[in-house]
Design a protein around this ligand. Structure first.
Ligand code: CA
Length: 372
């Protein structure tokens, strides 16, 4: 029987969070993970797609029958995430309160390593396991966007990156559009000849005032998060730029919301005689995996095998799984069991870390018993 060792996986988590890995600076953690995966007998390839490292793509060659599966997690963390000093107190790992912990997503990394190690030690037969560790997830899924998906044999993906309890399986997530509008007016002296000016700031203000923003329904949100414009207090501003986003789990609602924001920008510009250039970047699409899809069924069965009570859930956030699903590699997102992610209060209970490592073991065991 594969045995997950709580002290060992806790130590591994602590070692991994001590290695700084802000997005775009993942070279040190990638080198460490490459060595650890190699020591477990995996072949590791670095796709060199990022500024300091690429994503790691590792294969654990099969020793038995079953369906290939793909496990993925990201190597990067958010700020403040440098010089992290993890502490283990009363069965909970936390930072010293001045930085994040990096449990998002190093709990996922540690659980994958421990799961593979436990299976390897037990000499259990296993199917092909592909492990993909990405860079730059937190700043727009950059590593996932650069992946060559033609390399993967698995048709079942499990992304360890949901900010919810272990046993939660995210099968429904929103799409995300990034928006930028540049308003162009005409500069003039604000006191001497304001009649000659066209205020780009006023155009942007009218546009934003007319937009529906915030939580629009249970699966749709929108935000204008940045605004800048003008050059001086006494000059009619000739340019103003706003940047925002819209998300929805329903692609039609997302498109309608973005169309409304574009229309408001055009109306705001018209109202003062300015012009506007409106740009949309479709960062990633929404996905919805039916509960009876093979990837969801395997996630549910493995959770029960690991002694968890699984629940399927929808989320308001994106992950690398959006990119995997977009190219036809069905991927659910598994809860990491940490709390306070992206804050200095981030922590994880050893109990949850151990549960996630056991879940990794169970996923591979279930895959070994299933056929295409
Ligand atoms: Ca994350």
């Amino acid at each position: 029987m594969p045995t997950v060792r709580p002290e060992r996986v806790t130590r591994e988590l602590i070692e991994l969070v001590r290695i700084d890995s802000p997005a775009g600076e993942e070279a040190a953690i990638a080198a460490e993970l490459e060595a650890r995966l190699g020591a477990l007998g995996l072949e590791v390839y670095n796709d060199r797609s990022g500024p300091t490292t690429g994503s790691l793509i590792a294969r654990w060659e099969p020793t038995g029958p079953g369906q290939p599966i793909l496990l993925t997690a990201h190597m990067d963390t958010v700020e403040p995430g440098r010089g992290i000093k993890p502490r283990l107190v009363d069965g909970v790992v936390a930072s010293d309160g001045t930085t994040i912990l990096g449990a998002d997503c190093k709990v996922g990394l540690a659980a994958i390593l421990e799961g593979l190690r436990a299976l390897g030690e037990a000499g259990s037969a296993h199917p092909l396991v592909e492990v993909v560790l990405t860079w730059g997830e937190e700043v727009g899924h950059l590593g996932a966007r650069a992946l060559d998906f033609g390399r993967f044999r698995a048709r079942l993906g499990f992304c360890l990156d949901a900010l919810c309890p272990v046993g939660t399986i995210v099968n429904h997530a929103p799409g995300y559009d990034r928006l930028r509008a540049v308003f162009k007016g005409r500069g003039a002296h604000a006191g001497a000849e304001p009649e000659l000016g066209v205020s780009a700031v006023a155009a942007a203000a009218h546009a934003i005032a007319g937009m529906q923003l915030g939580r629009l329904d249970d699966e749709t949100t929108a935000n204008i998060g940045l605004i800048r414009g003008g050059t001086a207090r006494n000059a009619v501003p000739s340019e103003a730029v706003i940047e925002g986003e819209a998300r929805s789990r329903d692609p039609a609602k997302l498109a309608a919301q973005v169309a409304q924001m574009r229309e408001r920008c055009e109306a705001g510009a018209r109202r003062v005689g300015a012009e506007v250039e409106f740009g949309v970047e479709h960062e990633y699409p929404a996905y919805r995996i039916p509960p009876d899809a093979p990837v969801a069924r395997l996630a549910l069965a493995a959770a029960r095998r690991a002694g968890l009570e699984p629940t399927l859930a929808a989320t308001g956030g994106g992950s690398d799984a959006n990119n995997f699903n977009a190219v036809g590699l069905p991927t659910v997102v598994l809860g990491l069991g940490c709390t306070g992610a992206h804050t200095v209060r981030e922590q994880v209970a050893v109990r949850e870390l151990v549960a996630l490592a056991r879940y990794v073991v169970a996923l591979i065991e279930e895959a070994g018993q299933s056929t295409r």
